[in-house]
Design a protein around this ligand. Structure first.
Ligand code: APR
Length: 265
């Protein structure tokens, strides 16, 4: 029995399956990954986007963030067959939750394709099956640092691109992209929920992530420590491969649709 068949067997027998995703699942949709030859951090210095920079120099931060947003989210990008396979596994009742480091909103969109999204509070694109937990927030939204007002990011990024730096809310507060910046804590409730889902999981799938950024990268280890089968689906090796039961080096647009079909057999 091949690795993916074994993983499908474990998924079929599991009560709770949790998927954890990174930039690699959105790469086939045209959203660049962060590391590797053509990675975003080869073109930008991540310190430009740190929380300390935002606090110290909001104008310069926003000027650079407009460039980053153009680089990452240029033009239309849609969920790909890997996002759709996970959303379908949720609707099949074979996937409890998707914990994503991605801020592109594509899991929520893929889930919407198959069912109604709702306006669940930020960080969860939906609260029905599969739950999507956006651990690092969502780049398509901005949030006022004074009144907390969340808005669609497009018009605010347009204002910033036209020189309104930094863009401010009607209340006078400065807008911030609704993402967790380097040097900023993940919202406590979000990471607690992610950790409890990892602990509860019988199968934990780490998909399209280099698994180097904490606290997210510790989730597969946490799942393994409480007895879960860990499957890593990633083109390149990761520091967590050693504790995985199954490692697939296939492109996720091949492995995930195949995994879903195998589970349904
Ligand atoms: N199929 C499978 N794996 C893929 C594919 C694909 N089609 N394309 C890329 N990958 C893999 C790469 O081999 C790489 O290991 O996806 C991984 C992406 O790794 P990163 O670029 O490091 O992205 P990620 O792990 O999500 O980064 C985590 O770092 O900079 C921060 O906040 C940022 O959320 C991000 C975090």
């Amino acid at each position: 029995m091949g690795d993916l068949e074994r993983l499908a067997d474990d998924v079929r027998r599991a009560d709770t399956v949790v998927a954890f995703t990174g930039a690699g699942i959105s790469a086939p949709s045209g959203v660049p990954t962060f590391r590797g030859d053509d990675g975003v951090w080869e073109r930008f210095d991540e310190r430009q986007f740190a929380y300390g920079r935002f606090q110290r120099d909001p104008e310069g931060f926003w000027e650079d963030r407009v460039e980053l947003q153009r680089t990452m989210f240029d033009g239309d990008f849609e969920p790909n067959t890997a996002h759709e396979a996970l959303a379908a596994m949720g609707r099949d009742g074979d996937l409890e939750a998707i914990l994503t480091q991605n801020t592109d909103g594509l899991h929520g969109e893929a889930a919407a394709v198959g069912g109604e999204t709702n306006d669940a509070e930020p960080n969860t694109a939906r609260d029905t099956d599969p739950t999507v937990l956006e651990l690092h927030g969502n780049s398509q939204r901005v949030r006022c640092t004074d009144c907390g007002n969340r808005r669609d990011g497009d018009p605010i990024f347009e204002r910033a691109a036209d020189g309104d730096l930094p863009p401010t809310c009607d209340c006078g507060g400065v807008f911030k992209p609704d993402v967790v910046l380097f040097g900023e804590q993940l919202p406590g409730a979000v990471i607690q929920r992610a950790r409890s889902l990892a602990r509860e999981s019988d199968v934990f799938l780490a998909i399209g992530s280099s698994l180097v950024v904490e606290p997210a990268a510790s989730l597969p280890r946490l799942a393994a420590s409480t007895g879960a089968t860990v499957g890593i689906l990633n083109l390149e090796s990761t520091p967590v491969d050693g504790i995985a039961d199954i490692v697939s080096r296939e492109d996720v647009t091949d492995s995930l649709p195949r995994l879903r079909d195998l589970v349904l057999e």
